[in-house]
Write a protein that binds this ligand. Structure first.
Ligand code: FAQ
Length: 322
């Protein structure tokens, strides 16, 4: 029987080799040895990301039937469909870590897994479609462009592809906003209202501040994350402020001002109490979102059953033929 001490020594040699690979910028692939903690952190983060893409279809799906023109409807349908694709793609990536998708979906439905806080806010007007594309996909791009360099190969590669589509989403969102900004006073007002409602929740997408982010240190050490929550949030603000000015609207932050010393836009205090309420399940739409996913899951039971029966039949036939 192996001695516990030699197991520990073996394990630490494996960890050292793993960390050396990461330090050398190598990509970790599914069959490579990895510390259990690295695997679990990835399953947590990637599955929550996949859930966000799927739940994220709901606020925009709400406006497909009310898009103001055929062209707008087509691009909104395409965007929502893309989000479904991203979710499925990231679930596949998560499965390379040895978990089952059904287990992940169960975790979402019974509240054990999180999804992005932003999707717990309601979409009250057509302008929200523009602002979601611009701010929410814009924030996702800032976060995911860096994740495209994550140490886990399947996740990094998924991000490369997803970011390309998010760029289209962001452009369609900004175009809606620019059109409304050049429209009637009522359209400008609708846009300003959407910006006012979505600005702060969009900043919360980057997660708690660095001093309050329990997972960051480990994820940064293993190069899953390459920038901190606050660094990415600041980058998003710096990129977005000039875009806001370009279409002549304002952001709901009286403390926003350019800091020539740091080259950053300083901003006001984020309402972290609201953030923790939302991620704790008490945001404006948390219950509605999970109820919608539960209903979709229940209504999809027959599809999953049919696919399982079909796969079993195929397997039976091929083993009979063999
Ligand atoms: N919402 O220690 P940290 C999209 C949780 S995709 C909810 O800082 P970490 C595309 C966090 O999970 C948007 N929960 O955590 C689209 C942790 O809880 P746990 C999704 C949040 O992992 C557009 C706890 O707080 N993107 O929008 C949030 O180091 C339009 C402590 O936090 C991703 O998922 C939050 N905002 O950093 C789709 C990107 N922030 O698990 C449709 C990948 C934090 O310990 C329409 N993920 N929490 O119970 C990440 O980059 C990271 O996981 C962070 C959080 C930055 C989200």
């Amino acid at each position: 029987m192996e001695q516990p001490t030699s197991v520990t020594a073996d394990e630490s040699a494996l960890v050292a080799a793993f960390e050396a690979r990461i330090a050398a910028g190598e990509s970790i692939e599914p069959k490579d040895w990895m510390p259990e903690r690295y695997r679990r952190q990835l399953v947590r983060m990637m599955s929550q990301h996949a859930h966000s893409e799927i739940v994220g279809m709901l606020p925009e799906g709400n406006w497909i039937t009310r898009a103001p023109s055929l062209r707008r409807k087509m691009s909104l349908i395409a965007k929502v469909q893309d989000e479904a694709g991203h979710g499925l793609y990231i679930y596949c990536g998560t499965e390379t870590l040895g978990v089952d998708r059904h287990e992940l979906v169960e975790q979402l439905l019974d509240g054990r897994a999180k999804y992005s806080s932003i999707f717990n806010y309601p979409t009250l007007s057509w302008a929200d479609m523009g602002v979601i594309g611009w701010f929410v996909d814009g924030a996702a791009i800032v976060n995911q462009t860096i994740l495209a360099k994550a140490s886990y190969g399947p996740y990094a590669r998924a991000m490369v592809r997803i970011c390309k589509e998010e760029n289209f989403h962001k452009r369609q969102g900004y175009e809606i906003c620019a059109t409304l900004a050049n429209g009637t006073p009522a359209q400008r007002e609708m846009l300003q209202d959407a910006v006012n409602r979505f600005w702060w929740p969009s900043l919360m997408m980057f997660g708690p501040s660095d001093t309050d982010s329990p997972n960051s240190a480990e994820l940064l050490k293993w190069r899953v994350k390459r920038k901190t929550n606050d660094e990415l949030r600041q980058r998003f603000i710096n990129l977005t402020v000039p875009q806001v000015a370009a279409i002549g609207i304002t952001l709901p932050d009286p403390d926003l001002r350019f800091n020539a010393e740091t080259n950053n836009w300083d901003f006001g205090e984020i309402d972290w109490t609201e953030f923790f309420q939302v991620i704790g399940g008490n945001g404006p739409c948390n219950r509605e979102r999970i109820a919608a996913r539960q209903q979709a899951h229940d209504e999809g039971t027959w599809v999953r059953d049919a696919a399982t029966a079909h796969a079993a039949k195929q397997q039976r036939r091929s083993s009979q033929a063999a």
